[in-house]
Design a protein around this ligand. Structure first.
Ligand code: AMP
Length: 402
């Protein structure tokens, strides 16, 4: 650890069920010291990758669990008896998907916090237990470094009541903590902040629609820095069409499948979360692979693309009405940052709403925030790369400094 008060690097961990992503980042400058992934945890052909500057190291072999994967990453980083832990790690920041009703601020982790995150398992069975596996693995490997949980739901904690409320039995909803929580909050908060800064605008007076389009996808309407709508709900299943998730469906579909297709709840859950969306319709969850099939004239992929775009336009329209005045529409994450045709299609023909894309600006490639609308477009359309790791690192430091 470095001297009290001086923060060197933060180890940011995003643990999934059979994979984890990690990054060692300097929170002030945003410099990435190292990053990598562990894939296929629990299998004999697992893969551990460590990238440090120009140097990439890889291990393929058996990795029993999350702890073994992280231990292997540290081992790969060892040069002359020094590994990543000698890089002045002052905090570990964990992405935790569901904070439930209890957690809406970055929270320094102790045994009670771990138990409370585990207790949210019913709300996020696919995510929270595996997030805890990552927390426990790092606590074993770096016992002296404090860990902080940064919750994907936190930014949306302040959604207005009438936006967060489902129109279902109030007592039942209260008893089971059923409300719209929203997810990808770290990204929506970070990107909306960068957008305000980039435009030189006062955050308090800027109305934005942020479209986080990655494997998971969500939209938010942000008024003066505060979210007033978001597309995900109790779980990350609601809203936009995603790689493997359906987004919005009539809840009647669930009952119908249960009663008429002889499917149990777990099968329906798996279908909606893992076999739906672009994969379910077009056979590909990866947007690049899907668009290749569209270009080849594949009818299923073309329908999948059209459903994706249609849903996105529906949310953009809804959020423009929610905001009343929209100053900026911002694309981010893997698809939003890299798919110019998707950006153009999702805002095509909206000139009467004050939205005009500049085709040349839209086609240009860059890793920097940029404007892709014309100079006379009333609504400024931007591409702003997200950086959830840096946001988690900064929030972790802030939590530790109290
Ligand atoms: P993320 O979850 O933010 O990492 O985004 C992953 C998604 O971004 C995947 O569906 C990728 O296919 C998509 N993506 C990444 N690069 C591109 C690209 N150049 N063109 C289209 N989609 C891309």
């Amino acid at each position: 650890m470095s001297d009290a008060g001086s923060v060197d690097t933060v180890f940011v961990l995003n643990a999934g069920s059979s994979s984890l992503k990690y990054q060692l980042v300097q929170p002030e400058s945003g410099t990435v010291v190292a990053h990598g992934v562990v894939e296929r945890i629990g299998e004999s052909e697992a893969k551990v990758v460590l990238v440090r500057g120009d140097d990439t190291k890889e291990f393929i072999g058996e990795i029993a669990d999350h702890r073994a994967g992280l231990a292997k990453a540290l081992e790969l980083s060892r040069v002359q008896d020094r590994d990543l832990t000698s890089e002045g790690i002052t905090a570990v920041g964990h992405r935790v998907v569901h904070g439930g009703p209890k957690f809406y601020k970055p929270t320094v982790i102790d045994d009670d916090v771990i138990e409370a995150i585990n207790e949210l398992e019913d709300l996020a069975p696919l995510h929270n237990p595996v997030n805890v596996l990552g927390i426990e693995a790092i606590r074993e490997l770096l016992p002296d470094v404090p860990s902080v949980a940064v919750f994907d739901t936190a930014f949306f904690h302040g959604l207005p009541d009438h936006v967060a409320t489902y129109a279902i039995d109030r007592e039942l909803a209260k008893k089971h903590d059923i409300r719209r929580y929203g997810f990808h909050g770290t990204s929506h908060e970070y990107v909306s902040g960068v957008t305000a800064e980039f435009l030189g605008a006062d955050r308090e007076s800027l109305n934005q629609i942020v479209l986080h389009l990655g494997n998971g996808a969500s939209a938010s309407a942000i008024e003066g820095g505060r979210p007033v709508e978001t597309s995900m709900g109790l779980t990350p299943l609601e809203g936009l069409v995603m790689g493997t998730r359906s987004g919005d469906v009539d809840p009647g579909v669930v009952m119908y499948l249960r009663r008429s297709a002889d499917m149990d709840v777990d099968q329906i859950d798996t279908m909606l979360n893992r076999k739906a969306g672009l994969k379910g319709l077009g056979g590909e969850n990866d947007f690049r692979a899907l668009t290749e099939k569209v270009e080849e004239g594949d009818a299923d992929a073309t329908l999948a693309y059209k459903v994706y775009v249609h849903r996105l336009r529906k949310y953009i329209g809804a959020y423009m009405v929610t905001l009343g005045r929209t100053d900026a529409i911002v694309f981010t994450a893997g698809v939003g940052e890299n798919a110019p045709k998707l950006r153009a299609d999702s805002l095509a023909g909206l000139e009467s709403f004050g939205i005009q894309i500049d085709p040349e600006r839209n086609a240009a490639r860059s890793r920097e925030p940029r404007i892709i609308s014309t100079d006379d477009s009333a609504v400024t359309v931007l591409v702003v790369p997200t950086n959830e790791e840096l946001a988690i690192a900064r929030q972790s430091v802030a939590a530790l400094q109290g």
